[in-house]
Ligand binder design. Structure first.
Ligand SMILES: Cc1cc2nc3c(=O)[nH]c(=O)nc-3n(C[C@H](O)[C@H](O)[C@H](O)COP(=O)(O)OP(=O)(O)OC[C@H]3O[C@@H](n4cnc5c(N)ncnc54)[C@H](O)[C@@H]3O)c2cc1C
Length: 593
């Protein structure tokens, strides 16, 4: 079990035995996950084309069936009609249900995540008793109405109003919401509105049958064509005062906390797509003959297959590491006497940085995988006859919703700095040490590199130093105004994301090797090494861009020397690593990890 706090990975070392790896899920959880996959294979895969025909009814039917199987209530405690699975197990179900269709994935995420969590995390007993069993069983569907035409990323700026009625029994909600997933079939709407001139919005539980609710037609979208997305209008909609969620002015906090979970689960929702697209593309590459041989025998195609598999594996390694860290934290808080609700809330909030990291990584991983998957299919990839075309379009939304990747990148660094300022995370001490190290002569001791991953772990420590050096100097230069220096924040965020995911990939593989032996993990070792090698290059490039943006003269020279020192590694033969990985995937004709 990891004892690290959120963000602490940057300044402390984690041991392989401290992280959870997906291979360690219990038999019960695996059975539940396999039942989910069976549902997808039986009910969804054969009907794939229906998703492209704006068949909202089909998505709704599938959601109902998922409800009958208990899949909508995996995260809801048993006393409210759910299955009460652990946090990480709910991630796995979200992962498995999302594989083949972005439409179903979005509907599932909107319902079980942002559409249920606010009640679970902030509802009072009466609200939980009334709504959670219906949502867990699928009797009712829900949606989350935060975004407005003028309030997207700036979510707290919405104009929707909630006015207390003269008799004090209702709030009258008036306003317009936009891009609302599941709106077409939702029975319950979680609506964010402003009371008077409050600084922060307030959340309300609004039933579809209440007066004054109308909707526009379905949006015509690039992808996730059968996910219902509508504008919703409220015109003096009478909402009983007891349907306020939590307290007045608490809506923004609720919205953000629901999004923390939404973000890590969005990453989980990208994983099966990564695996399935890699499998499909590999199978195609094995069957497609050009120049008298299967195209999978070409180095250029092997390169793609290896990268697709590696990035999927890496994202998966980090996602379930975070999932377990959250779960352990929830359990720790519960054992310290916090209520189940508070434990869940604080348990996740602690890892908000990691949730944002994984949102960005998962969504960019899947975008890369579908793009290369389509490329492997060549012209056929561009045809609606093959699954690549839809997968390519469906994947694109993930970089936009649950906070755009730009917003999440800035949050990663912003939250780290805030934690440091509040004294919750000692970034200043380690950053100062790195500064001192820069001025000293480098050590020429060579550790025993014959032990697997010794060198890689040393590299990871250096990457963390590079992050501390660049971010420390940026804060020293700009103070808290660094938040205005978005380009620098984006570079630092990239350095952090790559380092965290590379570390997770190495630690998972180390744990696997300890369990199964080096010979049985040759491809995983190659993936961990390949990921790290790519990460070092990305950290170096992002570091250079940041340094160039705000330093000059001697200071710049010292920092560039430092960056060089911290990103110096033995040159990896990435061609051989990729071949090793691709040969394994190609031999099995699917993503085999
Ligand atoms: C298919 C779909 C389903 C959705 N489902 C839901 C839902 O169920 N419920 C819901 O409430 N919302 C939903 N959304 C809305 C979604 O969360 C928003 O689209 C998203 O938050 C971005 O807001 P926006 O579209 O207004 O873009 P904008 O905020 O206008 O952003 C446009 C661009 O500017 C960038 N940008 C914005 N602010 C900054 C800044 N401060 N610094 C730097 N760059 C910035 C963004 O990163 C982006 O690249 C959905 C959207 C879509 C497309």
């Amino acid at each position: 079990m990891s004892h690290l706090k959120g963000g602490e990975f940057l300044i402390k070392e984690t041991l392989a035995e401290d992280i959870f790896i997906p291979e360690e899920f219990s038999e019960d959880t695996k059975m539940m996950a396999d039942a989910t996959t069976e549902f997808i294979e039986k009910e969804v895969v054969p009907q794939r084309e229906r998703f492209e025909k704006k068949d909202y009814e089909f998505t709704f039917e599938l959601m109902k069936k998922a409800g009958e199987l208990g899949l909508l209530g995996v995260g809801v405690p048993e006393n409210y009609g759910g299955l009460g699975l652990d946090f990480n197990a709910t991630m796995l179900i979200c992962d498995r249900i999302s594989g083949i269709s972005g439409s179903l994935s979005t509907a599932y995420g909107a319902h079980t995540g942002i559409g249920t969590l606010p009640i679970l995390l902030y509802g009072n007993e009466e609200q939980k008793q009334k709504y959670l069993p219906r949502l867990a069983s699928g009797e009712w569907m829900s949606c989350y109405c935060l975004t407005e035409p003028g309030a997207g990323s700036d979510a707290n700026s919405g104009k929707t109003k909630a006015v207390l009625s003269d008799d004090g029994k209702h709030y009258l909600i008036t306003g317009q919401k936009m891009w609302i997933s599941n709106a077409g079939f939702a029975n319950l709407l979680i609506v964010f509105a402003r009371i008077e001139d409050d600084k922060n919005i307030t959340a309300f539980l609004v039933e579809r049958d209440y007066n004054g609710i109308t909707m526009n037609e379905e949006e015509d979208k690039l992808g996730i064509k059968s996910s219902s997305t509508r504008q919703v209008f409220f015109n003096d909609t009478k909402v009983p005062v007891e349907n306020m969620l939590s307290e007045r002015g608490n809506g923004f906090k609720i919205a953000m906390n629901a999004l923390n979970v939404g973000r890590i689960k969005l990453c989980a929702a990208c994983l099966d797509s990564g695996r399935r697209v890699t499998s499909l593309a590999t199978k195609y590459a094995n069957e497609r003959i050009q120049f008298k041989v299967p195209i999978s025998s070409f180095g250029a195609i092997k390169h793609k297959i290896a990268e697709m598999a590696t990035r999927t594996y890496a994202s998966e390694s980090a996602a379930y590491r975070v999932g377990q860290d959250i779960e352990d934290n929830i359990n720790r808080l519960a054992s310290e006497g916090f209520s189940p609700q508070e434990s869940k809330l604080k348990g996740v909030e602690e890892f908000a940085i990691e949730c944002a990291i994984m949102k960005v990584h998962g969504s960019e991983m899947v975008d890369y995988v579908v793009d290369e998957g389509l490329q492997i299919y060549g012209g056929m990839g561009f045809s609606t006859e093959t699954p690549m075309e839809a997968a390519y379009r469906d994947a694109r939304i993930s970089r936009i919703y649950e906070g755009t990747n730009e917003i999440n990148r800035m949050l990663i660094v912003g939250m780290l700095l805030k934690k440091a300022l509040k004294g919750e995370l000692d970034l200043i001490g380690p950053a100062t040490k790195v500064g001192e190290e820069l001025m000293s002569i480098p050590s020429f001791d060579t550790p025993d590199y014959s032990v697997l991953f010794t060198e890689e772990k040393e590299t990871l420590q250096k990457l963390k130093k590079a992050i501390l050096m660049v971010s420390g100097k940026a804060v020293e230069t700009f103070g808290m105004n660094v938040e205005e220096e978005q380009e620098i924040l984006m570079s630092v965020a990239d350095m952090i994301i790559e380092t965290y995911v590379a570390e997770s990939c190495i630690l998972r593989t180390e744990k696997l090797v300890a369990k199964n032996g080096e010979a049985n993990c040759a491809a995983q070792i190659a993936m961990a090494q390949l990921y790290l090698s790519n990460a070092v290059d990305k950290v170096n490039r992002a570091g250079k861009e940041a340094i160039a943006a705000f330093t000059e003269g001697d200071e710049q020279r010292i920092m560039l020397m430092g960056l060089k020192r911290f990103t110096k590694t033995q040159l990896a033969n990435t061609k051989d690593l990729r071949r090793k990985i691709a040969d394994k995937v190609i031999a099995e004709s699917k993503y085999p990890f």
